[in-house]
Write a protein that binds this ligand. Structure first.
Ligand code: NAD
Length: 484
């Protein structure tokens, strides 16, 4: 099913969802790690060991369900995800201080509509002289999932649908800065399960996720698979756990615009993608390399579509605010990292920090920089887009590949030259490569294909779905069952 939503349609969806909210769901709520508006979350525990025990019971219940029963639970999750999309979006923005409610609402609806369920689980059969061999996609057991602050409830819901469809149980160690939002989604899955006759606690989480609770999860014998969505530190820690792990890590997606592109459309697409949820999605455009003969036209189109251009001096001033320096006490080496207080903030909020006042219609800050500028080199996750002029396709590909830093996550290109498109795709080797569209087309938003918020480049599963959370099992029936 293809969804080709425009900004206007997204607004329509948000309005429709908001108007359908009951008084209990209105996002004026009080909330914490264990409840929302006086309703205690189901499946959220003090201790990780208790959460794992509950997820293990959930796994046993899923194992006992028919595929039809699993689909019923998933259908109810989709229904609640749609009807409570705006509530979770509002809560996510309120708790983390990051992103935009209308875009987060659209992301939840995307999860509800385009996360594959049990149909993703398919069996294979091989027949021949020696009979029949059946290969089935079996559950791992209980999955331990670590989720980010950038798409908190979206990731919990998307993971839950896929992992339950595959027949697993799930326990979450959510991001400490997004506990209430993530646990809202855990509770939603459990409410969905109970509503259709499933167990009251199907998936579980903890009230106070920490690095220690993550370690408990890594080493608990009941956890058979770890799935981690986050930055380089946590992906590395999961991959060092000694268990089978799926790692969905950081990116720094470059965009190339050459002189065969529909430049006006490219400018709009890039701003639409870059400013979506204030650049929080890991797939969002992070830096642009544009042929110098079309650079002015591209910048004009960006400005016409909500971009605000700052000078080189202003860019340097802003860089000192959005990137903070810290000294490693052991080595004395000074390292820059992205300021959490700036990640996912509105462009107007960021501009205010350098004394520039603009209206809410400004969606993105753009500036011309050289390749070594920190805006090009760091994964900012905020609506700031550096633009680097290049002379030809060789320079564009060379710099874009370097800016991606070998993450092999996502890259974008606006061009009508098939050779250029093919050369960049081959050189950058990313999991997602989007041509002539905003970045979110790569996760099924205005592009074909299923959605996910766990894009596993490092471990190779790509855009995860139910089948990513399965193990292959073979059954051989010797010398029989062939009908020809
Ligand atoms: P983060 O790396 O700060 O945190 C992710 C999770 O890991 C959190 O739950 C955090 O508490 C936990 N964590 C961090 N270090 C840990 C450790 N050593 N051991 C155990 N747990 C640890 O991520 P974030 O800031 O919320 O998200 C942004 C990052 O995640 C970006 O780099 C972004 O590109 C990436 N991301 C990737 C994908 C993808 O699908 N590839 C999706 C979303 C976000």
């Amino acid at each position: 099913m293809a969804i080709n939503w425009t900004e206007a349609q997204i607004e329509e969806v948000v309005k429709a969802v908001m108007s359908g909210l009951s008084a209990e769901q209105q996002p004026t709520a009080s909330w914490d790690a264990s409840g929302y508006n006086g309703r205690a979350y189901i499946g959220v525990f003090e201790d990780m060991n208790d959460a794992i025990d509950a997820a293990t019971a959930g796994y046993k219940a899923v194992r006992a369900m028919s595929l039809e029963e699993r689909e019923k639970v998933i259908g109810k999750i989709r229904e609640l995800c749609r009807s409570e999309a705006a509530t979770m979006a509002e809560l996510g923005v309120a708790e983390t201080g990051m992103g935009r409610v209308e875009h987060k609402t659209a992301k939840h609806i995307l999860v509800a509509d385009k996360t594959p369920g049990t149909s993703d689980i398919v069996s294979a059969v091989k027949t021949g002289d020696y009979g029949l061999t059946l290969t089935e996609m079996a559950p791992f057991g209980v999955v331990g999932s670590i989720t980010p602050s950038t798409n908190p409830s979206e990731t919990v819901l998307c993971n839950s649908i896929g992992m339950i469809a595959a027949g697993n149980g799930v326990v979450f160690n959510p991001h400490p800065h997004a506990i209430a939002t993530s646990n809202y989604a855990v509770d939603l899955v459990n409410r969905a399960s109970a509503a259709v006759g499933g167990p009251r606690v199907l998936v579980a989480s903890v009230k106070k996720p920490t690095l220690d609770s993550a370690q408990t999860m890594y080493h608990h014998p009941a956890i058979r698979l770890l799935v981690c969505t986050g930055g380089p530190g946590v992906v590395k820690s999961v991959l060092s756990s000694g268990k089978k792990a799926i790692g969905a890590g950081a990116g720094n997606p470059p965009v190339i615009v050459d002189d065969t592109a529909d430049v006006k459309k490219a400018g709009k697409d890039i701003i639409d993608g870059c400013s979506f949820d204030n650049n929080l999605p890991c797939i969002a455009e992070k830096e642009v390399f544009v042929f110098e003969n079309v650079a002015d036209e591209l910048i004009a189109s960006m400005k016409a579509n909500g971009a605000y251009m700052i000078t080189a001096a202003q860019a340097d001033e802003l860089a000192k605010i959005v990137l903070v320096e810290s000294k490693d006490p052991k080595t004395g080496i000074v390292k820059k990292s992205v300021s959490r207080a700036c990640v996912g903030r509105d462009a107007a909020v960021l501009l205010k920090k350098i004394g520039v006042s603009v209206g809410a219609d400004v969606r993105c800050i753009i500036c011309e920089t050289d390749f070594m500028h920190p805006f090009v080199q760091y994964e900012l996750m905020m609506p700031i887009l550096p633009i680097v002029r290049v002379k030809d396709i060789d320079e564009a590909i060379d710099l874009a590949v370097k800016a991606e830093h070998g993450c092999r996550h996502t890259a974008h290109m606006h061009s009508k030259n098939i050779d250029h498109l093919t050369r960049f795709a081959r050189a950058v080797e990313t999991t997602i490569f989007v041509k002539n569209a905003p970045s979110y087309a790569g996760i099924g938003f205005g592009g074909e294909g299923h959605t996910t918020f766990t894009i596993a480049g490092p471990t190779g599963e790509g855009l995860t779905s139910a089948r990513s959370f399965t193990r292959y099992r073979r059954c051989v029936l010797s010398d029989s069952f062939r009908i020809i």
